[in-house]
Design a binder for this molecule. Structure first.
Ligand code: PEP
Length: 245
Protein backbone atom coordinates (compact mmCIF):
# COMPACT_ATOMS: atom_id res chain seq x y z
CA UNK A 1 0.00 0.00 0.00
CA UNK A 2 1.34 3.41 -1.16
CA UNK A 3 4.77 4.59 0.07
CA UNK A 4 4.58 2.92 3.44
CA UNK A 5 7.08 0.12 3.93
CA UNK A 6 5.26 -3.20 4.26
CA UNK A 7 5.66 -5.04 7.50
CA UNK A 8 4.88 -8.61 8.49
CA UNK A 9 5.09 -9.54 12.17
CA UNK A 10 4.75 -13.05 13.53
CA UNK A 11 3.23 -13.65 16.96
CA UNK A 12 4.25 -16.98 18.43
CA UNK A 13 2.00 -16.50 21.47
CA UNK A 14 2.71 -19.20 24.10
CA UNK A 15 4.39 -21.48 21.58
CA UNK A 16 7.90 -22.28 20.46
CA UNK A 17 11.12 -23.78 21.74
CA UNK A 18 14.86 -23.35 21.30
CA UNK A 19 14.55 -25.74 18.36
CA UNK A 20 12.02 -23.44 16.67
CA UNK A 21 14.28 -20.44 17.29
CA UNK A 22 17.11 -22.24 15.46
CA UNK A 23 14.82 -23.30 12.65
CA UNK A 24 13.53 -19.74 12.12
CA UNK A 25 17.02 -18.25 12.35
CA UNK A 26 18.11 -20.49 9.51
CA UNK A 27 14.99 -20.28 7.40
CA UNK A 28 14.48 -16.52 7.62
CA UNK A 29 18.11 -15.44 7.43
CA UNK A 30 18.34 -17.33 4.13
CA UNK A 31 15.64 -15.03 2.67
CA UNK A 32 15.83 -11.66 1.02
CA UNK A 33 12.59 -9.95 1.97
CA UNK A 34 13.34 -7.02 -0.33
CA UNK A 35 11.24 -4.04 0.72
CA UNK A 36 9.27 -5.86 3.39
CA UNK A 37 10.26 -5.54 7.03
CA UNK A 38 9.90 -8.82 8.94
CA UNK A 39 9.55 -9.19 12.71
CA UNK A 40 9.14 -12.28 14.86
CA UNK A 41 7.51 -11.66 18.26
CA UNK A 42 8.38 -14.44 20.64
CA UNK A 43 8.12 -15.33 24.34
CA UNK A 44 10.73 -12.97 25.80
CA UNK A 45 12.92 -15.74 27.22
CA UNK A 46 13.89 -16.59 23.62
CA UNK A 47 14.85 -13.08 22.51
CA UNK A 48 18.54 -13.57 23.24
CA UNK A 49 18.71 -16.84 21.34
CA UNK A 50 18.10 -15.25 17.94
CA UNK A 51 20.84 -14.24 15.56
CA UNK A 52 18.57 -12.41 13.19
CA UNK A 53 20.03 -10.64 10.18
CA UNK A 54 17.20 -10.49 7.63
CA UNK A 55 14.56 -9.77 10.27
CA UNK A 56 14.00 -8.26 13.73
CA UNK A 57 12.79 -9.83 16.93
CA UNK A 58 10.13 -8.47 19.23
CA UNK A 59 8.24 -9.27 22.41
CA UNK A 60 4.52 -9.87 22.87
CA UNK A 61 3.89 -7.70 25.90
CA UNK A 62 5.70 -5.27 28.19
CA UNK A 63 5.19 -4.04 31.72
CA UNK A 64 3.44 -0.71 32.09
CA UNK A 65 5.93 0.01 34.91
CA UNK A 66 9.58 0.96 34.61
CA UNK A 67 10.85 -1.10 37.56
CA UNK A 68 9.95 -2.03 41.11
CA UNK A 69 7.85 -4.54 43.04
CA UNK A 70 5.98 -6.10 40.11
CA UNK A 71 6.79 -9.79 40.35
CA UNK A 72 6.86 -11.59 37.04
CA UNK A 73 6.88 -8.50 34.85
CA UNK A 74 9.47 -7.59 32.22
CA UNK A 75 10.29 -3.97 31.47
CA UNK A 76 10.76 -2.31 28.12
CA UNK A 77 14.45 -1.62 28.90
CA UNK A 78 14.99 -5.30 29.68
CA UNK A 79 13.39 -6.35 26.40
CA UNK A 80 15.57 -3.88 24.52
CA UNK A 81 18.66 -5.17 26.31
CA UNK A 82 17.78 -8.71 25.22
CA UNK A 83 17.58 -7.70 21.57
CA UNK A 84 13.94 -6.76 21.04
CA UNK A 85 13.29 -3.92 18.62
CA UNK A 86 9.50 -4.26 18.67
CA UNK A 87 6.77 -5.17 21.11
CA UNK A 88 3.11 -6.04 20.64
CA UNK A 89 0.85 -4.14 23.03
CA UNK A 90 -2.87 -4.56 23.59
CA UNK A 91 -3.26 -7.91 21.87
CA UNK A 92 -6.85 -9.06 22.34
CA UNK A 93 -5.64 -12.03 24.39
CA UNK A 94 -4.02 -9.59 26.85
CA UNK A 95 -7.13 -7.42 26.87
CA UNK A 96 -9.40 -10.44 27.48
CA UNK A 97 -7.37 -12.67 29.84
CA UNK A 98 -5.45 -9.94 31.66
CA UNK A 99 -8.14 -7.24 31.65
CA UNK A 100 -5.90 -4.69 29.93
CA UNK A 101 -7.80 -1.46 29.44
CA UNK A 102 -7.17 1.06 26.68
CA UNK A 103 -5.40 3.21 29.28
CA UNK A 104 -3.01 0.39 30.26
CA UNK A 105 -2.33 -0.35 26.60
CA UNK A 106 -1.48 3.33 26.04
CA UNK A 107 0.86 3.30 29.05
CA UNK A 108 2.60 0.20 27.70
CA UNK A 109 3.06 1.88 24.32
CA UNK A 110 4.64 4.82 26.12
CA UNK A 111 7.07 2.55 28.04
CA UNK A 112 8.02 0.83 24.80
CA UNK A 113 8.77 4.11 23.03
CA UNK A 114 10.82 5.38 25.99
CA UNK A 115 13.02 2.29 25.67
CA UNK A 116 13.41 2.72 21.91
CA UNK A 117 11.09 -0.15 21.02
CA UNK A 118 8.43 0.16 18.34
CA UNK A 119 5.03 -0.71 19.77
CA UNK A 120 2.64 -2.69 17.58
CA UNK A 121 -0.63 -1.45 19.05
CA UNK A 122 -3.48 -3.90 18.52
CA UNK A 123 -7.14 -3.00 18.35
CA UNK A 124 -10.27 -4.69 17.05
CA UNK A 125 -13.85 -5.55 17.85
CA UNK A 126 -15.49 -8.67 19.27
CA UNK A 127 -18.06 -10.45 17.14
CA UNK A 128 -21.01 -8.98 19.08
CA UNK A 129 -19.78 -5.46 18.33
CA UNK A 130 -19.33 -6.31 14.64
CA UNK A 131 -22.91 -7.61 14.63
CA UNK A 132 -24.20 -4.47 16.36
CA UNK A 133 -22.77 -2.37 13.54
CA UNK A 134 -20.69 -0.15 15.88
CA UNK A 135 -17.32 -1.68 15.07
CA UNK A 136 -15.75 1.40 13.47
CA UNK A 137 -16.57 3.56 16.52
CA UNK A 138 -15.21 0.83 18.80
CA UNK A 139 -11.94 0.60 16.87
CA UNK A 140 -11.50 4.35 16.59
CA UNK A 141 -12.04 4.69 20.35
CA UNK A 142 -9.32 2.12 21.09
CA UNK A 143 -6.87 3.98 18.87
CA UNK A 144 -7.97 7.41 20.13
CA UNK A 145 -7.01 6.60 23.73
CA UNK A 146 -3.46 5.84 22.59
CA UNK A 147 -3.27 8.99 20.45
CA UNK A 148 -4.50 11.11 23.36
CA UNK A 149 -2.10 9.55 25.83
CA UNK A 150 1.00 9.77 23.65
CA UNK A 151 0.26 12.90 21.66
CA UNK A 152 0.30 12.74 17.88
CA UNK A 153 4.09 13.07 17.53
CA UNK A 154 4.93 10.11 19.72
CA UNK A 155 1.97 8.19 18.31
CA UNK A 156 3.58 8.57 14.89
CA UNK A 157 6.36 6.20 16.05
CA UNK A 158 3.87 3.34 16.58
CA UNK A 159 2.54 0.72 14.22
CA UNK A 160 -1.14 -0.30 14.45
CA UNK A 161 -2.64 -3.74 13.98
CA UNK A 162 -6.33 -4.24 13.30
CA UNK A 163 -7.26 -7.62 14.68
CA UNK A 164 -10.98 -8.35 14.72
CA UNK A 165 -11.35 -10.69 17.71
CA UNK A 166 -13.72 -12.96 15.80
CA UNK A 167 -10.97 -13.61 13.25
CA UNK A 168 -8.09 -14.42 15.63
CA UNK A 169 -7.24 -18.10 15.66
CA UNK A 170 -10.67 -18.98 14.31
CA UNK A 171 -9.90 -19.56 10.65
CA UNK A 172 -12.50 -16.86 9.92
CA UNK A 173 -10.52 -14.18 8.09
CA UNK A 174 -11.98 -10.72 7.56
CA UNK A 175 -12.63 -10.18 3.88
CA UNK A 176 -10.23 -7.77 2.18
CA UNK A 177 -13.13 -5.28 2.00
CA UNK A 178 -13.92 -5.63 5.71
CA UNK A 179 -10.26 -5.03 6.60
CA UNK A 180 -9.92 -2.12 4.19
CA UNK A 181 -13.02 -0.42 5.59
CA UNK A 182 -11.72 -0.34 9.17
CA UNK A 183 -8.15 0.56 8.15
CA UNK A 184 -9.42 3.45 6.07
CA UNK A 185 -11.71 4.74 8.82
CA UNK A 186 -8.93 4.59 11.40
CA UNK A 187 -6.57 6.38 9.03
CA UNK A 188 -9.23 9.06 8.49
CA UNK A 189 -9.49 9.49 12.24
CA UNK A 190 -5.71 9.96 12.52
CA UNK A 191 -5.81 12.42 9.62
CA UNK A 192 -8.06 14.67 11.70
CA UNK A 193 -5.03 15.12 14.00
CA UNK A 194 -2.33 15.11 11.32
CA UNK A 195 -2.57 14.26 7.63
CA UNK A 196 1.15 13.52 7.58
CA UNK A 197 1.03 11.08 10.48
CA UNK A 198 -2.02 9.37 8.97
CA UNK A 199 -0.23 8.98 5.67
CA UNK A 200 2.85 7.41 7.24
CA UNK A 201 1.08 5.21 9.78
CA UNK A 202 1.39 1.51 9.07
CA UNK A 203 -1.76 -0.43 9.82
CA UNK A 204 -1.39 -4.22 9.79
CA UNK A 205 -4.23 -6.69 9.50
CA UNK A 206 -4.30 -9.74 11.76
CA UNK A 207 -6.73 -12.62 12.06
CA UNK A 208 -6.29 -16.00 10.40
CA UNK A 209 -3.89 -14.72 7.74
CA UNK A 210 -2.52 -17.67 5.78
CA UNK A 211 -0.22 -18.08 2.81
CA UNK A 212 -3.22 -18.37 0.49
CA UNK A 213 -5.16 -15.27 1.61
CA UNK A 214 -2.29 -12.89 2.46
CA UNK A 215 -1.70 -11.23 -0.88
CA UNK A 216 -5.34 -10.28 -1.39
CA UNK A 217 -5.49 -8.70 2.07
CA UNK A 218 -2.13 -6.95 1.67
CA UNK A 219 -3.10 -5.50 -1.70
CA UNK A 220 -5.79 -3.31 -0.11
CA UNK A 221 -4.74 0.34 -0.21
CA UNK A 222 -4.80 0.87 3.58
CA UNK A 223 -3.45 -2.55 4.60
CA UNK A 224 0.30 -2.26 5.10
CA UNK A 225 1.07 -5.84 6.08
CA UNK A 226 0.02 -8.39 8.66
CA UNK A 227 0.25 -9.68 12.19
CA UNK A 228 0.40 -13.43 11.92
CA UNK A 229 -0.37 -15.88 14.73
CA UNK A 230 -0.72 -19.57 13.90
CA UNK A 231 0.91 -19.37 10.49
CA UNK A 232 4.06 -17.76 11.96
CA UNK A 233 5.02 -21.05 13.61
CA UNK A 234 5.76 -22.78 10.31
CA UNK A 235 8.80 -21.39 8.54
CA UNK A 236 7.53 -22.10 5.03
CA UNK A 237 4.10 -20.57 5.61
CA UNK A 238 5.55 -17.52 7.34
CA UNK A 239 8.11 -16.97 4.57
CA UNK A 240 5.40 -17.20 1.94
CA UNK A 241 3.28 -14.63 3.80
CA UNK A 242 6.27 -12.28 4.15
CA UNK A 243 6.94 -12.64 0.46
CA UNK A 244 3.37 -11.69 -0.43
CA UNK A 245 3.59 -8.36 1.40
C1 PEP B 1 -2.61 -13.08 16.41
O1 PEP B 1 -2.33 -13.77 17.36
O2 PEP B 1 -2.29 -11.89 16.44
C2 PEP B 1 -3.31 -13.65 15.26
C3 PEP B 1 -3.71 -12.88 14.30
O3 PEP B 1 -3.53 -15.02 15.27
P1 PEP B 1 -3.98 -15.95 14.01
O4 PEP B 1 -3.16 -15.52 12.84
O5 PEP B 1 -3.65 -17.34 14.46
O6 PEP B 1 -5.43 -15.71 13.80
Amino acid sequence: ATERKSLVAGNWKLNGSSALVNEMNQALNACDFKDTQVVVCVPSVYLGQFSASSFDVGAQDVSSHESGAYTGEVSADMLAECGAKWVIVGHSERRTYHAESNAVVAQKAQRALEAGLIPIVCFGEEESIRDSGDYVEHCVKQVAVVVEHLGIERFAQCVLAYEPVWAIGTGKTASPEQAQEVHQKVREFIAQKSAEVADGMRILYGGSVKADNASELFSQPDVDGGLIGGASLKADDFKAICQSA
